[in-house]
Design a protein around this ligand. Structure first.
Ligand code: BGC
Length: 493
């Protein structure tokens, strides 16, 4: 073999070795990346664990806090607010009533013609309007003016088939889905904002007075006859349709629960005695906090950077505004520490709240063999292209961890309420039916979430109560519920 040929062979062999080494290093690096990513997900999963024993501790803690919140004002993180609703709808309500439902990124206005026991809901109409984001952090006048203008427009469109008796003023049930310290059925002051709203000048102010002034500026003659939280509206709307409804839960942008309490079991209640001996309580369970909650570093960081740090801790681990954001935070760490999406961290992934819960839900429900929906969402929302099937599978798993934790914690919260009401066991062999009216976009649209919630609740309740405790979807019941309560508290009764 000539000298040249030998040199060439040596060079070729060396090049082949170097290439092989590169491949091995790349494989090792990529293996290392996967291992690191897997470790991050596993660690997160471990911290999110909610075995039944833990859920029972959480339910017990919820019951204890409910007692403390009923005992004295400020006795617990659970506000246990008195709603002044001591009579739920009976079916006798009749006449034309309006409702305004405000509490998320949209508000609804509706009118309903009630026909008493025989006519029930004769006719109803509604419109839904989205709230421009700048109004969520502006002034209360700006927000109420905007809403009152839409309400006035809706009232002007009232048709012939709605009847207001001559000489009567139109009446409104106002569903205001934030914590309010009520002073009567139709007045109350805002305690604080939640769900991304932050309008300083409204805190501590009477919300009905604020809305009434805005309606007057619009020349709209309308009286607010009931001010209710969405949980109270849902409970009222649920009871109208099913007399076994005793509690309501909202799982939407935010989360909360209300239930019927015996008036004498509310030590802090010094108001007029309740005619029925009952009082509906707005728990504001979103603010529940317990050392048993399985919180992670991602939850803590999200809370610290929120508009309301230290507040609404339960809500931040179960409700729609936050679930997608928790997933984003874990993905961000995987991108930074395990190069999960390659050598650079996708810039969009760093934007808080860019991954919304409806998108997370769409990814979680993707049943296509190549997880096409996951791929498309990553591309459209985060501008991450050409993801492998393995990457997509990781993401579905992450959605599952976050959604399951939220759903199981919500079930524990419900179980806590049932315990407080003494409906977690069969008494003297008698099986009372207990129905919980549920509403909110998260519950309605995130099937994996709602299925997991219902299965967990069954697990907590056990065989014996399986067929006596029922969760019922109350579709947009809070608006109708507010109109019904306006009817039962009408000034003309
Ligand atoms: C509010 C509650 C409301 C719940 C559901 C929470 O953020 O504090 O008043 O009922 O969201 O809308």
């Amino acid at each position: 073999m000539g000298k040249v040929a030998v040199t060439a062979a040596v060079i070729c062999a060396a090049a082949a070795c170097a290439a092989a080494a590169l491949v091995v290093r790349h494989r090792m690096r990529s293996k290392g990346r996967w291992a690191r990513a897997m470790a991050i997900v596993k660690e997160f999963e471990e911290k999110c664990r909610t075995p039944i024993a833990k859920l029972k501790q959480i339910a017990d803690a919820m019951t204890v806090e409910m007692h403390a919140g009923l005992a004295s004002e400020g006795g617990s993180k659970l506000k246990m607010l008195i709603s002044y609703v001591d009579n739920l709808p009976t079916g006798d309500e009749h006449g034309l009533f309006y409702a305004l439902d405000l509490g998320g990124t949209n508000f609804r206005v509706l009118r309903v013609q009630l026909g008493g026991k025989s006519g029930r809901i004769i006719k109803q109409e509604f419109v839904e309007v989205s709230i421009p984001s700048h109004l969520m952090v502006g002034t209360s006048d700006a927000l109420f003016n905007y809403i009152a203008a839409e309400l006035a427009k809706f009232v002007r469109e009232e048709g012939q088939d709605f009847h207001l008796p001559l000489g009567r003023q139109r009446e409104l049930g106002f569903t205001f889905s934030f914590p309010v310290m009520q002073t009567s059925i139709a007045s109350g002051t805002l305690i604080k904002w939640t769900k991304g709203f932050s309008i300083d000048d409204a805190v501590g102010q009477d919300v009905v007075a604020g809305l009434t002034r805005a309606m007057e500026r619009q020349g709209l003659e309308m009286r607010v006859s009931a001010l209710v939280n969405d949980t109270i509206g849902t409970l009222a709307g649920g009871r109208y349709l099913n007399e076994d409804v005793v509690a309501a839960v909202i799982l939407g942008t935010g989360s909360n629960a209300a239930y019927v309490e015996r008036a004498h079991a509310i030590p802090k209640w010094h108001g007029p005695s309740s005619k029925s001996g009952e009082m509906v309580i707005n728990m504001e369970w979103g603010n529940f906090k317990s050392s048993h909650l399985p919180l992670t570093e991602y939850d803590r960081a999200m809370d610290a950077e929120s508009l309301n740090p230290g507040e609404q801790i339960f809500e931040k681990s179960i409700s729609g505004l936050y679930l997608g954001e928790i997933v984003r935070r874990v993905l961000c760490r995987m991108a930074e520490e395990a190069a999960f999406f390659g050598d650079i961290v996708p810039p969009k992934l760093k934007i808080p709240f860019i991954l919304r819960t409806p998108e997370m839900s769409a990814m979680h429900h993707d049943t296509s063999p190549d997880l096409r929906v996951v791929g498309a969402k990553l591309k459209d929302i985060l501008e991450i292209c050409n993801t492998s099937l393995r990457t997509r599978k990781f993401i579905v798993e992450l959605c599952n961890i976050v959604a399951s934790r939220g759903a199981r914690l919500s079930a524990a919260g419900i179980f806590g309420i049932l315990k407080k009401m003494g409906r977690d066991t069969v008494k003297d062999g008698e099986k009372r039916r207990t129905v919980i009216a549920m509403d909110g976009g998260l519950y309605e649209h995130y099937t994996e979430f709602s299925n997991c919630l219902e299965n967990t609740l069954r697990e907590l309740l056990g065989e014996e109560l399986l067929d006596s405790v029922l969760v019922e979807h109350s579709n947009d019941g809070s608006g109708i519920g507010a109109a019904l309560l306006a009817a039962s508290h009408s000034q003309y009764l």
